[in-house]
Ligand binder design. Structure first.
Ligand code: ZN
Length: 737
């Protein structure tokens, strides 16, 4: 199948700005009518399931695994939806499609059908899992053009199972063969959906179909560089998006022809590094599945909540389902392993606190290690018991942390970690430490409607912003919003091309003075009093005695638009850090601003012209964490929706329910916080929770959903104060109104 060319010859001959405009058609905004897709119909099932169970069968499971034991478990944990292996790489039902590989252990059995029937008896939603990323030799022999081709022109053997071949996701294997498989599964079992894993390819493919289709799209050869400034690469990013959305549409429409209530659910998406345009995916999908199964390496336990927030930014109020694995997720892929009980629990509850509907996944129907069964059952049991406090009508957070796919795609290049991921992670950590509830915001959803609930936005080195986005941010601040921005924010356009000046220079009160400096060794920032009041600015709260603090590692040379009477932080330039005899500042004081503060009517802006958030992620300097917290509090210029005072590190979230408010406190205080797995939980002592009640409403009942008791509380002047005696893992303060 060939793609419909988006570009006509006229486009190809057109100027670069016209080319950009044409590309914009495919990036982010202009897809009228897409809301009419899977998500829109009111009678769909997406909002019903609260707890998912996934059993991914392995080829030798048929006849060996205990089907009834699994169904009993699903029932015991009150799972109301299941995802079950059906076909693709291996078929677990008696398929009649040629080349659709039946499990060699199938032997006349239909384990998929058995599981579907059992789940139906339990009243569960049932989604079939397919995995089209690998095929056996017979497929390669019959259709060599279905196999992915590497840059050197070789067909790709599977990296882990070398007797198999890696498929091309963008050609006839998916568009024709897997469409037929999908149809067969939905026709035979009338499932509620098809969830496809690894459906979008395994890296760049240079097969004949990809070559031809890409040439038809933009009259170019497939790119051989990852540099987004290369025109072919830029086209490729957009073409691949388009091709995958075509596949999504095709499978969805074929499924719905057979079962109008069903839908295609791609395993896709995420944050700034998401492979698919999340704005478009969020519009199209009725629900999405955030697949971050467990921690690995140096990853904080709040990363699961972050993932959920990233999906919610695109999906709005549509349900986000979160996959968590019971196994160890490290590069060595011990897929049959079982994680520590405490680690499974913290990962799942942080997702729940941040609004996901839990989905546990287990690979292999035969169990080698049964220790996970109890912890998942306990988490699900608790979730079932308190379901009415966990449906989450809307988050009440007033702060939004922006993530930018645009910056990652067009500005990140090979430094995407340092430029995109780490600043976001650093700010995330700072907000967690500050206990400020917040949401994630997609950078292409900065319109008034999407920002209506927010008082404050944070731009953690959101380097690539187009003029429309800058205009939206200006309107936000003019409307009384607060803004915190760092480093190269708005210094590039939407294609990652350096602007002559900041797109948001007027908001920052700064102009780009021509260079970006770093890495800097041994540089500092001097703490200054306001020259007229003789007081320290509120963003220096807690740093008054410091004299000076460490600087970051990179800085943008930014000059004030107007002469500043006073600057709270000024640059102390780098000086030698060895030999020790030479370690003394050559310049002890400058007037170079380390921060720009603006007040525009009701709106406030803090701009740090350095990589404070990225450095915080690398160094975790307490002073930088304080500065970030103070900056958010100062620009917010209102009391937080909830304040929680007490010891420890807590992930704090706050939700509006149908007739209640819930505040989640997830206890991340643990020696294994930044690198798991948790061994045990360390309880934190008394937490004093204070929140404003909706106007005219009183709390009729306050409960602690984990501790089980009715806490001491006090209502005064529209505020409710609740004393939580201790938090072991997770506490939920549920306030009925
Ligand atoms: Zn291909």
């Amino acid at each position: 199948m060939r793609t419909t060319p988006l570009f006509t010859r006229r486009h190809l001959l057109a100027s670069v700005p016209a080319m950009r405009a044409a590309c914009m058609v495919d990036w982010g905004r202009e897809h009228p009518g897409e809301d009419q897709g899977a998500g829109a119909a009111p009678d769909r099932w997406f909002d019903r399931p609260m707890r998912w169970a996934q059993l991914t069968l392995v080829e030798n499971d048929p006849g060996r695994f205990n089907l009834q034991e699994w169904l009993d478990y699903f029932s015991r944990v009150h799972a109301d939806a299941a995802c079950l292996s059906a076909g693709g790489c291996v078929a677990y039902y008696p398929t009649t499609i040629p080349l659709h590989h039946r499990s060699a252990w199938l032997d006349g059995l239909d384990p998929f059908g058995g599981l579907v029937a059992g789940c139906r008896k339990l009243g569960m939603i049932v989604v079939a899992r397919t995995d089209p990323h690998a095929v056996h030799q017979d497929v390669c022999d019959a259709h060599p053009d279905w196999i992915a081709v590497d840059a050197s022109g070789e067909r790709r053997r599977h990296w882990a199972s070398p007797e198999m071949w890696v498929t091309c996701a963008l050609g006839p294997y998916n568009f024709e063969f897997m469409t037929e498989v999908t149809r067969e599964i939905v026709s035979l079992y009338r499932v509620d959906g098809v969830f496809s894993n690894r459906w979008s390819g395994s890296g760049m493919c240079y097969c004949e179909h990809c070559r031809d289709n890409f040439r038809a799209y933009c009259n170019m050869d497939l790119p051989r560089t990852t540099d987004p400034q290369d025109p072919a690469r830029r086209h490729y990013i957009l073409w691949r998006d388009q091709r995958l959305f075509e596949l999504w549409d095709l499978w969805d429409s074929e499924i719905r022809k057979i079962n109008p209530a069903a839908s295609f659910i791609p395993n896709t998406g995420g944050g700034a590094l998401s492979e698919l345009d999340m704005v478009r995916a969020g519009r199209k999908a009725g629900t999405m599945v955030a697949d971050r199964q467990a921690r690995r390496g140096l990853m904080a336990p709040w990363a699961n909540g972050m993932n959920v927030k990233e999906y919610r930014a695109a999906l709005g109020s549509k349900p986000v389902v979160g996959i968590f694995s019971v196994g160890v997720e490290e590069p060595y892929r011990w897929k049959d392993s079982v994680q520590s009980e405490a680690e499974i629990r913290i990962w799942a509850v942080d997702g729940i606190a941040n609004g996901f509907r839990p989905w546990f996944t287990k690979f292999s129907g035969v169990l080698y290690d049964r220790r996970w069964l109890k912890v998942v059952e306990e988490v699900y049991d608790w979730h079932y018991k308190w379901e009415r406090y966990l449906r989450n009508e809307a988050p009440l957070a007033r702060t939004g942390l922006v993530y930018s796919q645009q910056t990652a795609r067009f500005c990140g290049r090979d430094r995407v970690a340092g430029r995109v991921e780490d600043p976001g992670l650093g700010f995330y950590q700072a907000l967690i430490e500050a206990r400020i509830p917040f949401e994630m915001v997609h950078d292409r959803l900065l319109d008034t409607e999407h920002l209506s609930g927010f008082k404050t936005l944070i731009l953690p080195n959101v380097a690539a912003l187009d003029d429309t986005q800058c205009g939206q941010l200006r309107r936000f601040v003019d409307g009384g919003g607060g803004l915190v921005a760092t480093f190269e924010t708005s210094l590039y356009d939407e294609w990652g091309v350096r602007r002559p000046d900041f797109g948001l220079g007027d908001l920052f009160g700064a102009r780009f003075a021509g260079k970006v400096e770093g890495p800097m060794q041994n540089s500092y920032l001097r703490i200054e009093k306001d020259s007229s009041s003789g007081q320290y600015h509120p963003i220096l709260k807690g740093l008054e005695d410091a004299g000076r603090i460490i600087n970051g590692v990179y800085r943008v040379d930014a000059a004030p638009l107007q002469r500043l009477p006073s600057v709270p932080l000024t640059l102390i330039p780098s000086y030698p850090d060895l030999p020790m005899e030479k370690v003394y500042p050559r310049v002890t004081r400058t007037d170079v601003p380390g921060v720009f503060l603006q007040e525009r009517d009701k709106g406030r802006v803090v701009y740090f012209p350095w990589d404070i958030d990225r450095t915080f992620w690398e160094v975790l300097c307490v002073d930088h964490g304080r500065l970030l917290r103070n900056a958010v509090d100062w620009v917010s210029n209102e009391e937080r929706p909830v304040t929680v005072a007490g010891p420890g590190v807590l992930d704090v979230t706050i939700w509006r329910q149908r007739s209640s408010i819930t505040v989640h406190l997830v206890n991340l205080t643990n020696p294994m916080m930044m690198k798991g797995p948790f061994r045990e939980f360390i309880p934190v002592g008394e937490q004093r929770v204070r929140l404003r009640l909706p106007a005219g409403r009183k709390a009729s009942k306050v409960q602690l959903l984990a501790g089980g008791q009715q806490p001491a509380c006090h209502e005064n002047g529209g505020y409710l104060e609740v004393v939580v005696p201790s938090v072991l893992v997770h506490e939920v303060v549920a306030i009925d109104l």
